[in-house]
Write a protein that binds this ligand. Sequence first.
Ligand SMILES: Cc1ncc(C[n+]2csc(CCOP(=O)(O)OP(=O)(O)O)c2C)c(N)n1
Length: 330
Amino acid sequence: MSQAIDQDLRIQHCQAMLRARRLEDRLRSLYYRGEVAGGVYLGKGQEAFSAAHGLTLRDGDLFAPAIRDMGGRMARGESMLNALRVHLGRATGSMRGRDGNVHRSDFAKGILPMISHLGTMVATVAGALLARRLRGDLSGTDLPVGLCSLGDGAMGTGAAHEGINLVAVERLPVVIMVANNQLAYSTTNDRSFACRDLVDRALGYGIAGHSCNGEDPDDCLATAQRAIAAARAGEGPQMVVARMLRLTGHGEHDDATYTPPELMAQAKDCVEVACTRLQESGVDIDAMTAEIDAAIDAAVEQALGDPSPDPDHEDWCAYSERWLDQGLRP
Ligand SMILES: Cc1ncc(C[n+]2csc(CCOP(=O)(O)OP(=O)(O)O)c2C)c(N)n1
């Protein structure tokens, strides 16, 4: 159910979604041009849900994105140039050309490097928040929040279960954001879980559960605001489950022809929904898109001109040592 959302927030939300969509469209073409080593994994269809949560976080919070969270990353202000440099394997990117896509982080913005897409980040977020509790930084009713992104497939892993149970027992200010995009690789929901809805699991863990329509941008914003506010206020972990369809393959090497046609026929594209709504209220979406595309053009040109890593002149220091040297901490 949609509820009234402030127009400025809707615009910011749509901007983050469009940045994600247009940047990922470009990554896709770079992949097909042979410029990207390794895979390209896109969040097409999930931008509204991801960006709503990213937008609702604030400085000092932690965000553990999964592979389809370009929306949330853009909403947190991740640099498009860095995302391109990492995908293109450039020495100037934050992974220094050692990893080609989804493991990039930005500690200054509280974005953690993904270990795996399959549930491991729940315990990582829990550990980071427990460390803050030990330091005395986790009391009161205005808590830093840890946001952890999972898919419907990830919800079937032992790592996710152990992590969610841990955050529940410790009553940590964690929001488990579950994007049920109805496919895990090619596995449909009926082969992934037997409960009515993944949100029903919240009850079993002893945490609050929220359902959300992932195709409705306003509903995504309203639900993210409710869940993150509750975690911040000390009400314990929250689980938000949204339904949408993955509108592309698992990765761009996969044409998704296995997607059941009846799911495809019912699916709505959240970016189109957001743009149409704003256009109807007088916002110039073409101008917004043109501005984003110009920024992407400039970033692509710069990243393509950047050097690849040179093994003869590598200092081989670990990424963690580098960010500790810079005084950054998760
Ligand atoms: C422990 C582990 N098992 C399997 C994989 C391979 N794998 C990567 S993504 C994925 C499917 C994930 O599905 P879901 O959680 O629904 O997320 P989605 O890809 O739909 O966003 C699998 C099986 C893996 N990376 N790690």
